[in-house]
Design a protein around this ligand. Structure first.
Ligand code: ZN
Length: 400
């Protein structure tokens, strides 16, 4: 059972039935070629009136909204029934106060959502779980994905658990731990000379016909719906925080976290949205530049130790900028040195060993506080999207 209503193109607003199309809006993507942000990304819309009725019933059954179990909340906003989900559990990751860091920076409330504790070590498990569920619903046994590493690791693990075949296109420079993860789950690994953008194009070329499902991020709308569950969990654990700080590469996590709260608002469960602070590596800043100027340009030459957010052409750039505007958000840049310092700080003062990309959140928060973009009494959540063990080669230890 799913309350999915239809797909709507974020570029032109055309609407499509669930099984009418699979990936992008056919009208807007007519002239698409790899190397530009995806045109016509589809947004999944639900029967919000029906969900509101069910929510009211659940409140009566459980004695208030605060007592409704997470599984009930996730079920309302999932496009695929949990009956199709693979057996490897995903999500339900902890949210906890980072009291030491809050004290250091004079903050009222600083929380960490630790998504590095997912089974393959990253938030990407959420999208891969849903894509495997969709493949099972459709009776497809092969899923292809382009990735700098984490999405591929998660797809490899979820496919292994479900007995499906994962086909991965990854840039040859991906961190060794991630390539090992992909291979130990017996995924088919195709190393691509060049960048993530080249791998994205190779995976698109591989997707020929209905026998394979493509999990390229933002290309399939369920990659956004899967990642959205991290936002639903934050709501379930805390309510609506003032700010959510997250790392931005392709812009999918940004739009997904925003959409979680937007879906809740459309249903009438909440009245306000959290503001998003998006953090990019300075050499991989296409979405920040787009948000600042209103004009899209590729990042000139992505070269950052935060490989998970190293992107020249963010596939979900258009929706990411819309989400930033709608949430009253901000996007800013941090240097690799700032990322490394924050990685050390998170590990030594909060006990959280985060990937460089995730460590960019703390670096971005410090910058936003210094520039008075965020008030110190705000309720702030840092979204830690990947575990530090995935890329120990990027670690630069600081000695105190
Ligand atoms: Zn369209």
């Amino acid at each position: 059972m799913s309350y999915l209503s239809l797909f709507r193109c974020i570029s032109c607003g055309r609407e499509y039935a669930r099984d009418e199309i699979r990936y992008l809006c056919p009208e807007c993507s007519r002239d698409y070629k790899p190397g530009i942000p995806l045109p016509g990304v589809l947004e999944v819309l639900y029967d919000y009136d029906k969900i509101r009725q069910i929510w009211e019933n659940l409140k009566a059954i459980y004695g208030g909204a605060d007592h409704i179990p997470l599984t009930e909340l996730l079920r309302l906003f999932s496009p695929v029934s949990s009956l199709h989900f693979p057996p490897l559990p995903v999500g339900n990751t902890p949210l906890f106060k980072a009291a030491s860091l809050a004290g250091k920076y004079g903050l009222g409330q600083l929380w960490i959502k630790y998504d590095g504790l997912n089974p393959s070590g990253s938030l990407k498990d959420r999208a891969s779980q849903l894509m495997v569920a969709e493949a099972r619903r459709l009776g497809i046994s092969r899923i292809v994905c382009a990735s700098t590493g984490n999405a591929a690791c998660s797809l490899a693990a979820q496919c292994a658990a479900a007995g499906l075949k994962a086909v991965i296109f990854a840039p040859e420079f991906a961190p060794p731990a991630k390539l090992t993860q992909i291979m130990i789950h017996k995924a088919e690994l195709n190393k691509v000379k060049g960048t993530y953008d080249d791998a994205f194009a190779a995976a698109l070329a591989y997707t020929d016909g209905d026998e394979v499902l493509n999990r390229n991020t933002a290309y399939h709308p369920y990659t956004i719906e899967g990642k959205k569950t991290a936002g639903l969990e934050i709501f379930h654990q805390l309510g609506v925080p003032d700010w959510i700080v997250l790392p931005t590469g392709d812009g999918v996590i940004l739009s997904a976290i925003h959409k979680a709260f937007l879906d809740l608002k459309r249903t009438g469960i909440i009245n306000t949205l959290p503001r998003i602070l998006s953090v990019q590596a300075e050499s991989s800043d296409a979405i920040t530049s787009y948000w600042e100027s209103g004009v899209y340009r590729d990042a000139a030459q992505p070269a950052t130790l935060a490989d998970s957010i190293s992107v020249k052409t963010p596939s979900n750039a258009h929706w990411a900028v819309l989400a930033l505007k709608e949430s009253g958000g901000i996007s800013l840049r941090v240097t690799d040195r700032e990322i490394s310092r924050s990685q050390n700080e998170l590990a030594s003062e909060a006990g959280v060993f985060a990937e460089p990309s995730s460590s960019a959140t703390l670096a971005g928060l410090k910058k936003a506080l210094a520039q008075n973009m965020i008030p110190s009494d705000a309720q702030i959540v840092l979204l830690i999207t990947g575990h530090g063990l995935k890329d120990i080669g990027a670690v630069k230890l600081e000695h105190s």
